[in-house]
Design a protein around this ligand. Structure first.
Ligand code: VGL
Ligand code: ZN
Length: 192
């Protein structure tokens, strides 16, 4: 759907970190393919001085989501190379970094969970969120669901998200649509 990026919009880039990209601990297949698209989005938002928020999974080394307590291999451990943003991601200096999953005993897929993100967005008078990143089935979906619950108009940029597999991606997209997310793509965005 054709969508206007108005002055009350922010870009949210979910978890574009080394560990979620090929070669990392928990890779999204071909995850790096969305990075050039995200870099163009960053340039467009930056040019217009609109907020750019980059989330990162930022776990302590004994995080509850790690095997055998949880489903995942250790990933995005605070301060390690795997937790760094991918080197190809062109994050501007003034990007707002949101760290999540920072408590050992709590899983947090959503960027709104225990981060103060809602407060940050309200202070900036943001009403519309444009979401991209990985993984569609986990952190992208949960972030979108929480944004909708909190009353943000939430747009998912389909050519700038990537999931683990097609079935999971389709299911996640269906769930997001059902709750009111709007699916769009980077060529359909019109900046005002
Ligand atoms: C994620 C699995 C575990 C994600 C984070 O960013 O989607 N997935 N932790
Ligand atoms: Zn994680």
């Amino acid at each position: 759907m054709r969508v206007g990026i108005t002055k009350d919009s922010a870009l949210i880039i979910v978890d574009v970190q080394r560990d979620f990209m090929p070669g990392g601990a928990l890779p999204v297949p071909s995850g790096e393919s969305i990075i050039p698209v995200i870099n163009r989005l960053i340039a467009s938002f930056k040019e217009r001085e609109m907020p750019i928020i980059a989330t990162r999974d930022w776990h302590p080394k004994d995080h509850i989501s790690f095997k055998p307590r949880g489903p995942w291999p250790p990933h995005c451990i605070q301060g390690t190379a795997g937790a760094e943003f991918h080197p190809s991601l062109e994050l501007p200096e003034r990007a707002i970094i949101v760290s999540k999953g920072t408590s050992a005993e709590k899983e947090a897929y959503s960027a709104f969970q225990g981060t103060g993100l809602e407060n940050t967005l309200n202070k900036l008078r943001i009403k519309r969120l444009f979401v991209c990143g990985v993984a569609t089935e986990y952190c992208v979906k949960e972030t979108v669901m929480d944004a909708l619950k909190r009353g943000f108009q939430t747009f998912v940029i389909e050519d700038a998200i990537k999931g683990i597999d097609v079935r999971g991606e389709d299911k996640a997209k269906g769930e997001m649509l059902k709750k009111g997310a709007v699916m769009t793509s980077s060529p359909e965005l019109a900046f005002f």
